[in-house]
Design a protein. Structure first.
Length: 388
């Protein structure tokens, strides 16, 4: 039952994360914000997220997973209910800040719990749970597109997810977390300094920083990219966000069902290279079909990066799992803040079509870090510190 609730909550989590990006064209036209102002609003959510993920790693040891995820969902609901209700930049930034603070609880608690349930060396269950996130990321933009086409206010989607977040908070309150609670005897008292001195930990964190920056950034701006580059409608732009996330869903489900090897690092490198190549080819293309196919393929490449990195962290740092996962999630939060905000500034200066090449460069850098991670893991395997 607990795993089922994690799955359902990650569906809603995915919808929440992607909802703003899917609504960007309509939000910009509703409130006449510039790209850089929209970037500042998005930054509010990213700041809340990366602060929350780090703090949740600490709170997980003190409070346990139940309180962390329940309180997070309540904060998320409050932010969702407030967002878009008025044109104030400050109020909307604070609303996204609350959403980000709440998301950190779901992220850290779910990943920590699944790592403790997952068979060592595999990422099938982690990919399955993150496929739930991807499902929400597909449904959210589709819902926004339908609301826009039927003339309903886009804010309705945010209010609906606020209500669902409260329902999930209630569900987790009623469940037992005994099976995934950490054993205090196996925990280290001060894991942070140790973790930050480990090359593998630094590489995994950097990888997630780059990955989340380019994945969420692409998702936040892909709708506007298609509107500006090909002149499609705002509703069609929202549907391209769903298409991108369909690629992620296809990749995650494929790995969850078919990939049975323990060699996660090779899988990671392959996925990163696929994403960088597909994104670059998509930006070169001229037709809607070509661009859509390349962004779908980009999503497939992105699909397994986060689940595999979390699994590797849990495997190679077994007595510091809470903090290792929190550090990695925090790296992702920094990426989701820094890169989309930089993208909004570049889009204002260069235009969004040229600015998207910034993401192609980041995807290439991510591939380089993945290759370095493979070498370090091979070195650890030779030394007997782990095997992959």
């Amino acid at each position: 039952m607990l795993l089922s609730c994690f799955f359902v909550n990650f569906v809603f989590f995915g919808a929440v994360v992607i909802l703003v990006g899917a609504a960007v064209p309509e939000i910009l036209r509703t409130y006449s914000w510039r790209y850089v102002e929209m970037g500042a609003i998005l930054a509010g959510g990213s700041i809340g997220y990366f602060v929350s993920t780090f703090v949740c790693g600490i709170l997980l040891r003190r409070w346990g997973p139940k309180r962390v995820i329940v309180y997070g969902l309540v904060l998320q609901a409050a932010g969702l209910a407030a967002f878009g209700q008025m044109p104030s930049l400050a109020i909307n930034a604070i609303a996204l800040l609350l959403i980000g603070l709440g998301q950190g609880g779901s992220e850290v608690v779910t990943n920590f719990s699944v790592v403790r349930i997952e068979h060592s060396g595999r990422s099938n269950l982690m990919n399955f749970i993150h496929a739930a996130f991807t499902t929400g990321a597909i449904v959210g933009p589709l819902g926004i597109g339908q609301l826009i086409e039927r003339g309903y206010p886009w804010q309705v989607a945010f209010l609906a997810l606020a209500f669902l977040s409260l329902l999930m908070a209630l569900a987790f309150t009623l469940l037992s977390f005994e099976t995934v609670s950490a054993d205090p005897a196996k925990q280290e008292n001060s894991p942070l300094s140790y973790l930050m001195s480990q090359p593998l930990m630094l590489l995994l964190t950097t990888l997630i920083l780059l990955y989340v920056g380019v994945e969420i950034g692409t998702s936040n701006w892909i709708a506007e990219y298609f509107v500006q580059s090909l002149g499609v409608s705002a509703a069609s732009g929202a549907y391209t966000v769903s298409l991108f996330w369909m690629g992620l869903l296809a990749g995650r489900l494929s790995v969850a069902i078919f990939y049975r090897r323990d060699d996660q690092a090779v899988l990671l490198v392959t996925a990163c290279i696929l994403s960088a190549l597909s994104l670059s080819l998509g930006l070169w293309g001229e037709s809607f079909t070509w661009k859509a196919a390349c962004f779908f393929s980009t999503g497939m490449g992105f699909s397994i990066v986060y689940p595999v990195v979390v699994v590797l962290a849990g495997r190679f740092f077994p007595t510091q799992q809470e903090m290792a996962i929190a550090i990695i999630s925090t790296g992702g939060g920094v990426g989701s803040f820094a890169f989309p905000f930089a993208m909004s500034s570049l889009a204002d200066s260069w235009g969004i079509e040229r600015a998207f090449w910034f993401y192609a460069f980041i995807a290439l850098a991510m591939s380089g870090v993945a290759v370095s991670t493979l070498f370090v893991i091979r070195s650890l395997s030779v030394k007997g510190d782990g095997k992959d």
